[in-house]
Design a protein around this ligand. Structure first.
Ligand code: ASP
Length: 292
């Protein structure tokens, strides 16, 4: 594979259900990949493209992240996100954020403008406000999921959705970003795997990963870092490591999937769930976009 190979994968969550029509999401994810590909061709950094693609997925309202997030049992929207730059090892993360349009943008600002990696809750919101990041005036008018939707997502079932992106840029830098509204009907204060560096996302110089699924399981196997460490210390290849991590999730009784890209530009997007909305720029230059 050529050294300057560009790789870009996005996901719209592993909560896809058989029998539903995801044609809007499939078309949208393709557009997001096309935009990211053009940015990479113009020399953009992997980290910037991962953040931009994730922000576009958040803003669409089509996925359970950003504008499409579902509320907790108090009817409040508490959002999680993280991003990581594999080239520098820097990371930013936000948990249980209320009142701001782009959690991944807040995570990026935490990485860029504080000495910290992660802020949560009220402190995160105060920081985002001080940075002048776009605030939500009124939840009910902005979010596309107005209620808990208990008919489709019974409480306690950990029904879920998330968005994320992994990128290899022309210089071989890797980055990952992930953003979520969490699981449907979650308790107030519940935080999943998504903002936990190493559980829901990870990037180093060998691989970048964004996970999606029942976060309670991904946290317990430290899914993203485990995958990276299987490659780095265990000598496994990308596909083998990804499948092994998902096998652990499944053995615990969980479901989900992940997207990943390695230093050579190889991609993996396996899932152990009914489906996973995803789109990828292939080494051939073609783009695939699918849900099952
Ligand atoms: N992992 C996310 C969470 O548990 C949900 C998802 O990926 O669908 O918050």
């Amino acid at each position: 594979m050529a050294n300057n190979c560009l790789s870009l994968v996005v996901h719209g969550g592993a909560g896809a259900k058989r029998g539903r029509d995801y044609s809007r999401e499939i078309a949208h994810m393709r557009e997001v990949v096309e935009t990211g590909r053009d940015r990479l061709r113009a020399g953009a950094l992997a980290l910037d493209v991962a953040e931009e693609a994730t922000a576009a997925l958040e803003a669409s309202g089509l996925y359970v992240a950003g504008r499409g997030s579902s509320p907790n049992t108090d009817g409040r929207y508490e959002l999680d996100a993280c991003l990581m730059d594999g080239h520098t090892g820097r990371a930013g993360s936000v948990a249980a954020l209320q009142g701001f349009e782009s959690p991944v943008g807040v995570a990026r600002a935490i990485m860029d403008w504080t000495p910290h990696v992660m802020l949560a809750g009220e402190g995160a919101a105060r920081f985002a406000a001080a940075q002048g990041l776009a605030a939500i005036a009124e939840d009910a008018a902005w979010f596309t999921h107005a209620g808990l939707d208990e008919s489709n997502h019974p409480p306690g079932t950990l029904a879920h959705g998330t968005v994320g992106c992994v990128v290899r840029d022309a210089e071989g830098r890797l980055a990952a970003a992930t953003s979520t509204g969490g699981v449907f009907g979650k308790l107030p204060g519940r935080v999943g795997d998504t903002p936990l560096i190493g559980s829901g996302g990870w990037a180093d110089r060998g691989v970048a990963i964004s996970c999606t699924g029942q976060g309670e399981y991904f946290m317990r196997v430290v899914a993203a870092a485990q995958l990276a460490h299987r490659m780095r210390f265990g000598g496994q290849g990308l596909a083998e490591a990804a499948d092994a991590v998902l096998a652990e999730i499944r053995a615990l009784g969980g479901e989900g999937g992940l997207i990943a890209v390695d230093a050579a530009g190889n991609i993996a997007m396996p899932f152990v769930s009914a489906g996973m909305k995803r789109a990828a720029l292939l080494p051939s230059g073609d783009i695939v976009s699918e849900a099952f």
